[in-house]
Design a protein around this ligand. Structure first.
Ligand SMILES: C[S@@+](CC[C@H](N)C(=O)[O-])C[C@H]1O[C@@H](n2cnc3c(N)ncnc32)[C@H](O)[C@@H]1O
Length: 157
């Protein structure tokens, strides 16, 4: 099923909706609200929406996330609606510069609340056993110290 996340009909209701790298594609605050409403239409009461936004304290050091396959091109003073540039490094291939939109936590919180999603809270990610086994714990130190994303969890009342 492929559709605009800002205009989804009821497909559920589901216990969870997961939207990774989604809210950064809302071109306006209203689009954020519409995405939230699509989620709210599809989650049962008590169900949850798990999502993420760019972390406000994402590292600005050039190449910081290069070993994790991504490079960001960010203004020092990011504000709501600003463009976020990034390239993905996949093996020997580097994508052209891609773009998303930066939304502050306050704006996302108010938009999701307006959409009918409550109790927004941050989630602290943990290193998976697979990640530890495959690359070793030390590999992830920089990533865990300066997370590029802020993970969020909210509930439909
Ligand atoms: C960076 S990818 C992330 C894909 C996936 N969620 C993941 O984590 O691997 C962003 C995806 O969102 C899609 N996208 C952008 N705007 C959208 C919208 N309004 N509705 C649905 N999908 C959208 C893009 O086409 C792209 O496939």
């Amino acid at each position: 099923m492929v559709g605009d996340a800002a205009a989804l009909d009821p497909l559920g209701p589901f216990d969870f909706v997961v939207g990774m790298h989604l809210l950064g594609y809302a071109a306006s605050r209203d689009a954020l609200v519409q995405m939230g409403k699509s989620v709210a239409r599809n989650v049962r009461p008590g169900g949850r929406f798990i999502t993420e936004i760019l972390h406000p304290e994402v590292s600005r050091t050039p190449g910081y996330y290069r070993k994790y396959g991504i490079e960001y091109f960010l203004a020092d003073d990011l504000r709501d609606g600003d463009e976020v540039g990034f390239s993905l490094h996949l093996g020997n291939t580097t994508t052209p510069r891609l773009t998303a939109i930066y939304w502050t936590l306050d704006t996302v919180a108010s938009a999701l609340a307006e959409a009918g999603l409550a109790d927004l809270r941050r989630v602290n990610p943990e290193l998976s056993p697979q990640g530890r086994t495959q690359y070793g714990t030390a590999f992830w130190d920089d990533f865990m110290r300066k997370l590029p994303h802020l993970f969020l969890d909210c509930t439909k009342p």
